[in-house]
Design a protein around this ligand. Structure first.
Ligand code: GLU
Length: 307
């Protein structure tokens, strides 16, 4: 097996990282692979792991999925340093996004007060019309409707965008090496969507800042999201961006992305069917290239594969 960590020297000593599932479905093998990378890198850095419930999208997240997720973590024996699953079950928490609207509101207000956020009435069809007229999709700062200059009053049904600028942002990726990408591949970054949800980008950047997260470990499907998040963090007063670690995803046999809709990989159902946590850790580790074959592996042994 190849060593997973390329830039050991870049690992923040005593790092704070997080396992941050969104309760939009059941925990699946992809989450297990992520937990192995998160906890393995945290151990390697002599750091700690936070558990964060990313339920910013009020239309897609459900309380019963959160309850199942916490139960699945307990059944697997995966525990964060903070908070415990019991603490999350007991009530509101600083680690559940739906309990922390005030923090996202304050961040959006601060951006707006500094001229870094604006209301936008562009819809998907505004982008499509622009793209048809120009023979390419909108990219770079702004939006096709020029909404930043129009200074629209904020209102329900409008998007709020953060003006994160043009060009590339670069970062240190301990699993991929030095990395960079465009900050605005499809226009300025939505921080509140048309349904009134604070977006994934705003919530993770605000949470990573307020919880002191300096190591972000996640699947490489989020690579494209990273440059804008680095820029947004800077606008919100972050002195230096977190160190990132983007790891391979567990994929379907045809190479497509696994989702929570893939019942065959739902951890709870596999445990109900008699599979052991060790079999599932071994399977997850194998499917992201940490083990040459799938064999029963304790969580502890799986974490030691991150070196
Ligand atoms: N909540 C995201 C997910 O479930 C992870 C967010 C992140 O690591 O930035 O994929």
């Amino acid at each position: 097996m190849t060593d997973a960590i390329r830039l050991v020297a870049a690992m923040p000593k005593g790092a704070t990282t997080r396992f941050a599932p969104a309760p939009t479905g059941r925990l699946h093998l992809g989450h297990l692979a992520n937990a192995i990378f998160v906890c393995g890198l945290a151990r390697r850095a002599g750091g700690r792991v936070l558990l964060r419930i990313e339920d910013h999208d009020r239309q897609r997240c459900r309380a019963e999925y959160e309850a199942a997720l916490l139960d699945d973590l307990d059944r697997l024996g995966i525990a964060a340093d903070e908070p415990s699953t019991g603490e999350l079950r007991r009530g509101p928490s600083s680690y559940r996004q739906s309990d922390n609207g005030a923090a996202y509101h304050a961040a959006a207000d601060a951006l707006r007060a500094q001229g870094h956020a604006y209301a936008c009435d562009c819809s998907r069809s505004t982008f499509e019309t622009w793209s048809a007229a120009n023979g390419r999709p909108w990219s770079g700062a702004g939006c096709p409707g020029g909404c930043r200059d129009r200074r629209l009053d904020d209102a329900p049904g409008l998007t709020v965008r953060g003006a994160v600028g043009d060009g590339d942002a670069s970062w240190v990726d301990v699993l991929r090496g030095p990395s960079s990408g465009p900050a605005t591949p499809a226009g300025d970054l939505p921080i509140r969507d048309r349904n009134g949800n604070w977006t994934y980008a705003l919530c993770v950047v605000v949470d990573d800042l307020r919880h002191g997260v300096d190591l972000v470990v996640r699947g490489d499907d989020l690579l494209e999201a990273t440059p804008a998040q680095i820029r947004l963090g800077r606008l919100l007063g972050r002195q230096s961006p977190p160190v990132f670690a983007h790891h391979p995803l567990v994929r379907r046999p045809d190479g497509s992305k696994l989702s929570k809709a893939d019942g065959a990989t739902a951890v709870g159902e596999l445990l109900d069917a008699g599979r052991t946590p060790e079999e599932l850790f071994g399977e997850a580790a194998h499917r992201v290239g940490l083990l040459p074959t799938s064999r029963p592996t304790s969580f502890d042994e799986a974490l030691a594969l991150i070196r």
